[in-house]
Unconditional design. Structure first.
Length: 258
């Protein structure tokens, strides 16, 4: 079994794979500063609660967009799991080529998503991750990471509404019964959700037009991905486990090098 770890701006998502099967998954917040011992105790406790014996883990891999978490997290995995984790970064074999102007600018999470989408669904494919930011990444038929678009995530937009305006409240992000809102909460929900749907559809169509890929497959993931995917016909597949699958795929590609 291997432990895969996706360190995002909001959450750290853990998965345990037995071959290609996801045997367990759990999360913790990434914005809380923790020592290696705190991470170690939490990880081992959550593994135990999910029926995973520490001794059964033979490897680990981490992708992060939050570098200041790495020292404590890697230290915890080394100390408590007795494993030196692989880190996704320059030199990691992924199976896709980064064809942008500065490959080192591409976040590890985006590379991992691109790998998973290309390996699972083939190319050309547009990968949309509805996370803290909403990202759109284009992978060619041959497996080249060709372009990326970055937009504020729906939660960032929501937070800006209730933190930067005096009278707007914090709300649940969900689709309202109608876009024709008649009170404050549903009016905010309508703007956030329908605004995200509109942005998503426009960007998908623009990518298809500029890339000349009318048959482009569109795959989405991320916490709010299901909500948006269910409201548009332009997203072909919603895959909530895409990032964890990508980490498992990359680990297997690099396993023999270790």
């Amino acid at each position: 079994m291997i432990l895969v770890v996706d360190v995002g701006n909001t959450n750290i998502t853990f998965g345990v794979f037995d071959g290609d099967k996801l045997a367990a998954t759990f999360r913790m917040m990434s914005k809380v500063q923790r020592t290696s011992d705190e991470y170690g105790m939490m990880i081992t406790g959550l593994l135990d609660r999910n029926g995973v014996e520490v001794e059964s883990l033979t490897g680990a891999i981490i992708a992060t967009v939050v570098p200041n978490v790495m020292h404590s997290l890697v230290g915890a995995i080394k100390k408590y799991l007795k494993i030196t984790p692989m880190e996704v970064g320059p030199g990691t074999k992924t199976g896709i080529r980064i064809e942008t102007e500065n490959p080192r600018e591409i976040g590890a999470d985006r590379i991992v998503d691109a790998v998973a989408a290309f390996e699972k669904y083939g190319g050309p494919v547009l990968v949309i991750d509805f996370g803290t930011a909403t990202t759109y990444d284009l992978v060619s038929k041959e497996g080249g990471f060709q372009a990326g678009i970055t937009a504020p995530g729906i939660r960032i937009s929501a937070k800006a509404l209730w933190e930067d305006t005096a009278k707007l409240p914090e709300i649940e992000i969900k689709k309202p019964a109608s876009i024709l809102a008649k009170e404050t909460i549903s009016s905010m929900q309508a703007g956030l959700v329908y605004g995200q749907i509109g942005q998503t559809e426009y960007i998908i169509n623009q990518v298809k037009n500029e890339a000349g890929l009318k048959d482009l497959k569109v795959v989405s993931t991320g916490g709010l991905g299901r909500l948006i995917s269910e409201e548009t016909k332009l997203i072909d597949i919603y895959d909530p486990g895409l990032t964890l699958d990508g980490l498992n795929i990359i680990y297997r590609k690099n396993e023999k090098k270790r």
